[in-house]
Design a protein around this ligand. Structure first.
Ligand code: SF4
Ligand code: SF4
Ligand code: SF4
Length: 271
């Protein structure tokens, strides 16, 4: 996948005074919260973190909140001003880094400068490394989700803005063609996101032409379901491996002590 890395020119700039001020304020607020001055507000904001998008390589949210020391080094390292530290009133865990793709998405820097600077492992280099080389294409910041009701491509209006904006187009987003029965002579060109390739960078959300984006990024834990150990793709050797870790759950009732055949034969009254 690394050959698909985006070739985006960086505009590295000195950290502006305004940005320094915001960083310092956010850091200070984080420390104050830890000191107990606004502890209840801190707790409220912590509990609101399920929809937050974290920088590439961020560990599991629960561990991230314990590991990130709110130093802001990832924010300073980002050449696109994508990352911010949460300030009081943001309704986010104070002082922790996040981004809003509709404002500034992650431009998927090939050298991922925000990650190696993290002093605590809250941003885990190993999780964005392939064969010893940093690989932004395996980042899992979130997952893009399409709202078919507001996506105009699903109405039959031609639009592929999100598809064209995607740095991994053809893998993370594909276009599905379908005959438009209403007109009889046109085709729908529907964007479809693939969870195994989407990094959650949000370039698609940024590019979406609708008033409120019809494609938007959610944290993967929020956007994705889980089939569980009961359902295995028998045709997929990798998926079958999940059986090795599957835990057995047994429910014992009066009839479950009998064999299946005895149980059916004894259930005469029921049929
Ligand atoms: S990978 Fe994304 S978040 Fe990290 S420095 Fe580049 S643009 Fe910023
Ligand atoms: S560099 Fe690491 S510890 Fe510092 S704010 Fe970013 S994620 Fe938190
Ligand atoms: S968030 Fe959008 S642009 Fe980024 S990889 Fe996923 S589908 Fe592509």
């Amino acid at each position: 996948m690394s050959e698909n890395r985006p070739n985006i020119k960086k505009k590295r700039q000195p950290v502006s005074d305004r940005r320094k001020f915001i960083l310092n304020m956010a850091r200070g607020a984080g420390l104050a919260a830890m000191g107990g001055f606004i502890w209840s507000a801190y707790i409220d904001e912590v509990t609101a973190s399920t929809l937050l998008l974290r920088p590439p390589g961020a560990i599991k949210e629960e561990d991230f909140l314990k590991t990130c020391i709110k130093c802001g080094l990832c924010v300073i390292a980002c050449p696109y001003d994508t990352l911010m530290l949460a300030k009081p009133g943001d309704n986010k865990p104070l002082g922790t880094p996040y981004f809003i793709p509709r404002d500034i998405p992650c431009y998927m820097c090939p050298d991922i400068p925000c990650v190696p600077v993290c002093p605590t492992g809250a941003l885990d280099e190993a999780s964005v490394t392939t064969d010893g080389v940093l690989d932004i294409n395996i980042a899992e910041m979130g997952l893009a989700v399409v709202d078919a009701d507001s996506c105009i491509a699903f109405w039959g209006i031609q639009c592929d803005a999100c598809y064209r904006a995607c740095p991994i187009l053809g893998e993370a987003i594909t276009i599905e063609y379908e005959k438009n029965e209403r007109t009889g002579k046109h085709a729908f060109m529907k964007p479809v996101v693939h969870s195994e390739a989407c990094t959650g960078c949000g370039l698609c959300e940024r590019a979406c032409v609708t008033e409120k984006p019809a494609i938007f990024v959610l944290p993967r834990e929020t956007a994705m379901g889980r089939a569980g150990d009961y359902y295995i793709k028998g045709w997929d050797k990798d998926d079958e491996k999940r059986l090795e870790d599957a835990s057995e759950i047994k429910t014992t009732t009066e009839i479950s002590n009998q064999s299946a055949m005895d149980s059916l034969n004894d259930a005469g009254d029921l049929y």
